[in-house]
Design a binder for this molecule. Structure first.
Ligand code: NAP
Length: 311
């Protein structure tokens, strides 16, 4: 039996991401002790029932005490308050990281509270589902997904390598980039698709000429695929929109321009333009499959893949 990578890991926040980490940490034997903390007694009780860790508390300071690795997995708008709360209890030499979907804002919120001697390395695993809470996690969530670090100038290379190795052992591939670049990239690959999905589902929900029963009944024609994204956690996505505002507005502006182009092609019966665009986008789907980021079965593999809700 190999020795664990970290004596003690503290997970602050035990929802989809925190509980997936808890499960893979146990499966891979990455920690001698996993301390779990979450804001509410109800979520904590559920984490304990699921046996996700070794100790449980609603006091984040208690959880991070003596931890070698602290992973904050809370909505991005709460990361500053959490950092402020845990800062006095962080051990010298500990690695502090997060999993937030926006990076510049999380850094601005957390960094001022990080004590000297603690290695703060912001991170973001690009893996998730539309589910939330401790029941939603599963151990192979991060398999062959990317985890992006946005290290601050002066980051200790050994700490960065240790954290990278931890994520590799959780199944992820590692990339590093600056926070602004991360936020711009994620605005197009993640934030915009969610906003578009929220918008289209909202539009359908508002329609009066088509009844709600028809929207549901005929949803397999395409609408259904948007509803998965639009079922994502409202708190998380409210925070993402508010905390990556500039990059999202930039991408929305480009999107609106391109939509106007499409609208014009439809209005003027310009079939060539439509055909060219639809051919180009098909190639994008092929590249995603070739990169191993989706599987090439009909219907997004809905019937083919089953995610166990517990490991
Ligand atoms: P989740 O399932 O909703 O769990 C959220 C956790 O944060 C719970 O433990 C919750 O505690 C706690 N929390 C909520 N509000 C809080 C507050 N104001 N102060 C302190 N703790 C609070 O969320 P998740 O999907 O794991 O997301 C966590 C982070 O991962 C977010 O920053 C998100 O951007 C990022 N992320 C999510 C995904 C995804 O697909 N879901 C993917 C990559 C990264 P209680 O339940 O006890 O209230």
């Amino acid at each position: 039996m190999t020795s664990p990578m970290f004596e003690k890991i503290a997970l602050v926040g035990i929802g989809l991401i925190g509980s997936s980490l808890a499960r893979v940490i146990r499966r891979e034997g990455l920690a001698g002790h996993v301390a779990i903390s979450t804001r509410s007694a109800a979520t904590l009780k559920r984490a304990e029932e699921l046996g996700l860790g070794d100790s449980y508390t609603t006091d984040a300071k208690e959880a991070v005490h003596n931890a070698d690795l602290v992973i904050v997995s809370v909505p991005v708008g709460s990361s500053g308050a959490v950092a402020e709360e845990i800062a006095p209890a962080l051990k010298k030499g500990a690695i502090l990281t997060d999993v937030g979907s926006t990076k510049a804002s999380v850094i601005a919120q957390m960094q001022p509270h990080v004590p000297d001697g603690v290695h703060f390395i912001p991170g973001h695993p690009l893996a998730g589902t539309e589910k939330s809470g401790p029941d939603a996690g599963f151990a192979d969530l991060f398999d062959n997904r990317w985890c992006i670090f946005t290290p601050l100038p002066g980051t200790d290379p050994d700490a960065l390598e240790r954290l990278s190795e931890f994520w590799r052992r959780c199944g992820a591939n590692i990339d590093t980039m600056d926070p602004q670049h991360h936020d711009m990239t994620l605005a197009i690959v993640s934030h915009l698709p969610h906003i578009i999905a929220y918008n289209i589902v909202g539009t359908a929900d508002d329609l009066e000429s088509v009844t709600k029963t028809e929207v549901i009944k005929y949803s397999a024609s395409g609408f259904r695929d948007f509803t998965r994204l639009a079922a994502s956690d409202p708190t998380m996505w409210r925070d993402v929109c508010l905390h990556n505002k500039d990059a999202i507005l930039e991408m929305l502006a480009r999107f609106s321009e391109d939509l106007a182009f499409l609208q014009r092609a439809i209005r003027w019966g310009d079939g060539d333009k439509l055909f060219d665009l639809f051919t180009r986008t098909r190639a994008v789907r092929r590249s995603i499959i070739e990169a191993g980021q989706d599987i090439d079965v009909p219907d997004f593999g809905r019937q083919a893949v089953e995610h166990p809700s517990k490991n």
